[in-house]
Design a protein around this ligand. Structure first.
Ligand code: FNR
Length: 193
């Protein structure tokens, strides 16, 4: 049994360190996780005016999340919060009202920063948003990555053994979290009310 993980990279930068981190996570994750990126770049800015007729980019976003069994957020911190592009994508996915794509989905949050707090404040903010969206978040371990190009190659190879081991255990925990959540009640089955 393998699990399909859709991942968001919260940065649109062509030199994103979070994209490198995402590559590293995919390289060292358990074999039974399959990854596909959920792109956010081409989404227009969300407005409720679209709710009756979502544009193709937003329908594709919701389709991608529907096709995933779990979601992973790999994000920078912008001004002590969530980058606007990522928040915009979450707003699209959470709507129209009653069609929240994140309902009960297993989720995890991680991020890399050049600063020493390693996106901790952005992750707290993102956790609050995902909580409201009713995602089933992995609460531990937390992962605040202080990024250095000495430790990460562009292709996601991690040269620092302690960092590599930490990321490996983080992804192993995420895999177990996904299994735990989906074993209790698979997402596509109606909940007991
Ligand atoms: C930053 N950066 C940053 N870093 C941080 O640790 N806390 C912060 O609040 C911010 N704020 C911030 C705002 C804006 C608009 C930018 C462009 C940058 C620095 C940030 O960590 C650095 O640019 C990373 O390289 C961003 O990640 P990506 O885009 O490379 O993945």
């Amino acid at each position: 049994m393998s699990y399909r993980v859709g991942y968001f990279v919260g940065s649109l930068s062509s030199t994103s360190i979070n994209r490198i981190l995402a590559r590293a996570l995919i390289r060292i994750s358990p074999d039974d996780l399959e990854f596909s990126e959920i792109p956010i770049r081409d989404l227009p800015l969300y407005s409720q005016d679209y709710d009756a007729d979502y544009p193709p980019e937003a329908l594709a976003l919701k389709d991608s999340i529907r096709g995933a069994q779990a979601v992973l957020f790999v994000t920078p911190e912008y001004n002590r919060s969530i980058p606007g592009g990522l928040k915009n994508a979450i707003d699209w996915a959470s709507r129209p009202w009653g069609q929240n794509s994140f309902d009960h989905i297993p989720a995890a949050v991680i991020g890399a920063s050049i600063g020493s707090i390693g996106t901790a404040v952005a992750q707290q903010s993102l956790r609050g948003v995902l909580s409201f969206c009713n995602a089933r978040q992995m609460t531990a371990p937390e992962a605040y990555i202080h990024f250095s190009h000495d430790d990460f190659a562009e292709d996601g190879t991690v040269s620092d053994p302690r960092t590599a081991e930490f990321l490996r255990s983080y992804m192993a925990e995420f895999r177990d979290h996904i299994q735990r959540v989906l074993t209790v009640l698979p997402r596509d089955e109606p909940s007991i009310s």
